[in-house]
Design a protein around this ligand. Sequence first.
Ligand code: ZN
Length: 138
Amino acid sequence: MDVLTPVQRNRCMSAVRSSDTLPEVMLRRLLYSCSYRYRLHDRKLPGTPDLVFPGRRKVIFVHGCYWHRHSCKLGRQVPATNRGFWKAKLSENVRRDKKTMLALAQMGWRVLVVWECEIRSRLGGSVLDRTVAFLESD
Ligand SMILES: [Zn+2]
C-alpha cells in the first residue's frame, strides 16, 4: 500500500539525515515532519509507550533490537559476560513486552512496534510507509 505521495515522502525523509541520532528520535522527526502529532512516553499507559496518538487510540513502541530480542542479527546476540544473568534479564524483557501489548489491546489501544534496525537501515522509507499505514488504518 502506498499511502504517501512522492512529494510527501521526500519531505518526511529529508527530516531524517543523521544516522547517529537515536532511532526513537529519528522516527519522531520523521512523523513530525509528516504533520503527525503525538504524546511522548505516557506513563499512564502500560509499558509507557514511546509515542501515543490519543485521538487515534494508537501507540508506537520503538524497540532496541538487543534489549527486546528482535529476530535480527543484533537481537540474537548472546551476552558476552555474565550469561545467565543477562539471559534471564532479556527473557524477562520479552515476557514483559508481551504482557504490555496484551494489556494495551485489552484497553482498546492498537500497538505498533518499530525496531531499531528498521529505522537505522537504508530502508527507512519502508518504516515510514509501515508507520503511516498503521496510523491511517481503521
Ligand atoms: Zn532488529
